[in-house]
Design a protein around this ligand. Structure first.
Ligand code: NAI
Ligand code: MG
Length: 401
């Protein structure tokens, strides 16, 4: 298919998604448990934005990689998680199609519905049969995709444990691989920051999507002199967060995605208590039925504590203090992960200093969880490799000679 023609299909998908945004938002919240406000204002529009963005690249790939012949890889196998089901599908399908590949996509077993709804939409867009194939199932289905000799590329987003399995399984097969894995992002607050704004950033950083976010700001480093003020304001703000029905537009924190994930989160809360950290949870009401977790924070957390080192993937924040720039850089970099980080300060010089020293694929300054299809996203260390988004995301779906 000529490149310009591909671009038209991808654009048509974007337009249809925009038209059907409400329906997709409701399905996403019912299926995965996230607040409808987030599905409506974030997941679905940002998914559509990725199709719009990559539609424009389809016939301009030569500009992305000047003087290099580019060719599609063939069949891309894509395995995605349950925290941003449609958005992850869009991140992966849009660049794959723009670059001329076909796709076998496996959504997560607890959240297959928007991917299936997207398959309907692709038919409506008259995408030729077989170009995108949605295959539902759990780990074994994912492994079948990974091991299929006719698949030329694997793009995986999920746990570091499964990412490592896939790395081993694809080694020596010639399959191109990109991995977006876990994270334990530091959110760093200097005393010169606008504290009220920073507190909102912390709230968004850890309590967005129940904390089921690979780049969640799950470790908070506060400069010692403002620690008490930040914690007081944060606790006050926590009291106003509503945990409840994902379909209610007043809900701030929806349902935990699965019984299994709730078990993991509760296990880590117990670990935090046993490690000697100090627990605080808001006392908001919880619905009687379902999987729920109140916004939770721990103070007095040691750098070596498991709740400061391991990905919890829930609404649980671990707070520490620092005195100097060197100390916070050392602490921030001291986990196996390196996906994202946040910095809050009024001093531009501090921001530039930190962006070069933090081992994180994304560093947000005076904001958090900002996404745009033009920006690359991806990790260092055990957070994976390869980049999605922007021009970088094209390289993941092309044979570059
Ligand atoms: P997971 O990594 O098992 O699941 C992610 C995807 O991989 C799903 O589609 C799943 O069916 C598939 N999968 C599972 N085993 C596979 C295999 N052997 N081969 C190929 N595909 C396979 O993650 P899970 O079990 O849902 O969550 C466990 C933890 O992983 C979470 O608590 C969280 O810490 C982390 N996680 C991180 C994510 C991220 O965005 N970085 C997303 C989901 C989970
Ligand atoms: Mg698993």
């Amino acid at each position: 298919m000529p490149a310009a023609e591909r671009g038209k299909y991808v654009y048509r998908i974007a337009r249809l998604l925009q038209e059907k945004a409400r329906e997709f938002a409701v399905i996403e919240s019912m299926d995965g448990g996230k607040p409808i406000r987030e599905s409506r204002d974030f997941d679905i529009p940002v998914a559509a934005a990725h199709f719009f963005y990559y539609a424009g690249w389809a016939d301009k790939l030569g500009y992305a990689f000047p003087n290099r012949p580019v060719a599609p890889l063939g069949v891309a196998g894509q395995i995605i998680p349950w925290n941003f089901p449609l958005l992850m599908a869009a991140w992966k399908i849009a660049p794959a199609l723009a670059c001329g590949n076909t796709v076998v996509l496996k959504p997560a077993e607890t959240t297959p519905l928007t991917a299936l709804k997207l398959a309907e939409l692709l038919q409506e867009a008259e995408l030729p049969d077989g170009v995108v194939n949605i295959v539902t199932g759990a780990g074994a289905t994912g492994a079948a995709v990974v091991n299929d000799p006719d698949i030329n590329k694997i793009a995986f987003t999920g746990s570091t444990a499964v990412g490592k399995l896939i790395q081993r399984a694809t080694a020596g097969t010639g399959k191109k691989l990109t991995l977006e894995l876990g994270g334990k992002a530091p959110n760093i607050i200097f005393a010169d920051a606008t504290i009220d704004q920073a507190v909102e950033g912390i709230v968004n950083g850890i309590w967005f999507n129940q904390g089921h976010v690979c780049c969640a700001g799950s470790r908070l480093y506060v400069e010692e002199s403002v620690h008490d003020e930040v914690v007081r304001k944060l606790k006050h703000r926590m009291k106003s967060l509503v945990v409840g029905d994902p379909l209610d537009k007043n809900t701030d924190i929806g349902a935990i995605n699965s019984r299994e994930q709730l078990g993991t989160i509760n296990k880590y809360i117990k670990i935090g208590i046993n490690e000697g950290s100090e627990l605080y949870q808001s006392s908001c009401e919880l619905p009687s039925k379902g999987f729920w977790c109140r916004p939770t924070l721990f103070t007095n957390v040691a750098q070596s504590a498991r709740i400061a080192q391991e990905e919890i993937f829930g609404p649980v924040l671990a707070i520490q203090t620092f005195r100097t720039m060197d100390e916070v850089i050392q602490k921030a970099n001291n986990t196996p992960y390196g996906l994202s980080a946040g910095v809050w300060t009024d001093k531009g010089s501090k921001i530039f200093n930190l962006t070069t020293k933090l081992r994180a694929g994304v560093v947000w300054a005076n904001t958090f969880n900002k996404f745009d299809p033009t920006s690359p996203f991806g990790g260092y260390k055990e957070s994976g490799y390869g980049r999605e988004g922007g021009v970088h995301g094209l390289g993941a779906y092309l044979k570059l000679n």
